[in-house]
Design a protein around this ligand. Structure first.
Ligand SMILES: NC(=O)c1ccc[n+]([C@@H]2O[C@H](COP(=O)([O-])OP(=O)(O)OC[C@H]3O[C@@H](n4cnc5c(N)ncnc54)[C@H](O)[C@@H]3O)[C@@H](O)[C@H]2O)c1
Length: 383
């Protein structure tokens, strides 16, 4: 885990990358200059998902300003962007005041420890980035009149009593348990985002991300995909917690990022006919809330001014089945060992993606086997 470092600003160059790795102070690079492209700010840009999002935005013509303090991210994830003319990096803790000179059109707030190992080790930082960090990111979006997207999580559903979980489900979270720091930070971040939309008419969206995997995860971040892969690649026993009958659904990172991109860019996405009709009708009424096709009862009885969408893969598998799949795929000689279930570990997790299908025309495409093969290749290359 990288320690908290001095605030620096500038584009990353190859030489700057190696300077940072060697602990030398980094050069302050020129400001992004191409004002014709939309500008996106990505907090948590050096993380697993933030770096994939940054790649996609650059591919689609955005200028990207990445912000990260490397608390759980890595320079390696953005090193390939060294010298990119539309990428600029600012090393900063997002709980501190965020100020940028240039116009900003989109703010994607991804900064937060995300794996149980990280947030159990960093409970206060996790709560701070979910609260103060979200406040600063929302403040930036408001000041720049930018559209804002919060990376929330399926953890807001806690150990769900409803299965699969639709966005309208309020969740079953233990605020006092060890995972409370993460779950409640994200629930607060959602409430704050909605408050900004209500009080300041901020154009915002919330994505609730379900388990996602792929290259650039850290091998030892405690999440089940890298944990099993690491154990299998070393022919060590695969550790299954409980009896392995708890279920998870795994989404490959490129699928997830595409869904999130569509949610942010929704105006430009072709909606199903019924949605287009409803949108046209509601435009006449001039109602921003109903423009998104959200009925008052969808998110809360009081109505929700922000589209909230689950993005994840609904293909559910038990952890035991998943462990067997990893063993078969790697051809390792590992056996499976069982350990007691951690406190508040959810029994079931499966997104209801009806809304993502209907609103965004999105559904995951990458089959688990193919996604795991790509992930394995990445980890093999690092062994
Ligand atoms: N990966 C998943 O399966 C998953 C599931 C649900 C939600 N999410 C959400 O998606 C986002 C990204 O998750 P990830 O898996 O890429 O995790 P990650 O740990 O790889 O990335 C998070 C990034 O945020 C940075 N960060 C954390 N606190 C910061 C701060 N105060 N200031 C600046 N930077 C800070 C970290 O250094 C890191 O680069 C998180 O908000 C997470 O809650 C991820």
């Amino acid at each position: 885990m990288a320690s908290k470092k001095r605030k620096t600003e500038g584009r990353i160059s190859k030489s700057e990358g190696s300077a940072k790795r060697e602990g030398r102070s980094s050069r302050v690079g020129p400001r992004v200059s191409d004002l014709r492209s939309p500008t996106s700010v990505v907090t948590g840009a050096a993380g697993f998902l933030g770096s994939h999002l940054t790649d996609l935005l650059l591919e689609r013509g955005h200028r990207v300003i990445g912000i990260d303090n490397f608390v759980t991210g890595s320079l390696e994830n953005i090193d390939h962007l060294g010298g990119h003319p539309r990428f600029k990096f600012i090393q900063q803790d997002v709980t501190e005041f965020l100020f940028l000179h240039e116009p900003v059109h989109y703010v994607w707030h991804f900064a937060s420890p995300a794996s149980p190992v990280d947030y159990l080790q960093l409970p206060i930082q996790t709560l701070k980035v979910g609260s103060l960090g979200t406040h600063k990111a929302l403040g930036l979006a408001r000041h720049k009149r930018a559209r804002f997207l919060l990376a929330s999580t399926s953890e807001v559903y806690g150990d769900p009593l409803v299965h699969p979980q639709p966005e309208a489900y309020w969740g079953n979270v233990n605020s006092l348990g060890p995972r409370g720091c993460y779950d409640e930070a994200k629930r607060f971040a959602e409430a704050l985002t909605i408050a900004y939309a209500r009080q300041h008419a901020l154009d915002a969206r919330i994505v609730r991300i379900f388990n996602t995997y792929g290259p650039r995860m850290r091998l030892h971040d405690g999440r089940v995909v890298p944990a099993f892969i690491s154990q299998a690649l070393h022919n060590r026993p695969l550790t299954v917690f409980g009896d392995g009958s708890q279920t998870r659904s795994f989404c490959y990172c490129s699928d997830l990022i595409e869904g999130i991109y569509r949610l942010m860019m929704r105006d430009e996405v072709r909606l199903p006919n019924t949605e287009n009709r409803r949108k046209a009708e509601t435009r006449k009424e001039g109602s921003r809330i109903s423009e998104f096709g959200i009925r008052n009862s969808d998110c809360s009885p009081g109505g929700c001014p922000v589209p909230v969408v689950n993005i994840g893969n609904p293909d559910e598998t038990t952890i035991l089945e998943f462990a067997r799949q990893i063993i078969a795929l790697t051809g390792c000689k590992s056996r499976i060992v069982f350990k007691p279930l951690p406190e508040d570990d959810p029994r079931q997790r499966q997104p209801d993606i009806t809304r993502a299908r209907k609103w965004l025309g999105w559904q995951p495409k990458v089959p688990l086997r193919q996604g795991l093969q790509r992930t394995l290749e990445y980890f093999r290359g690092r062994e």
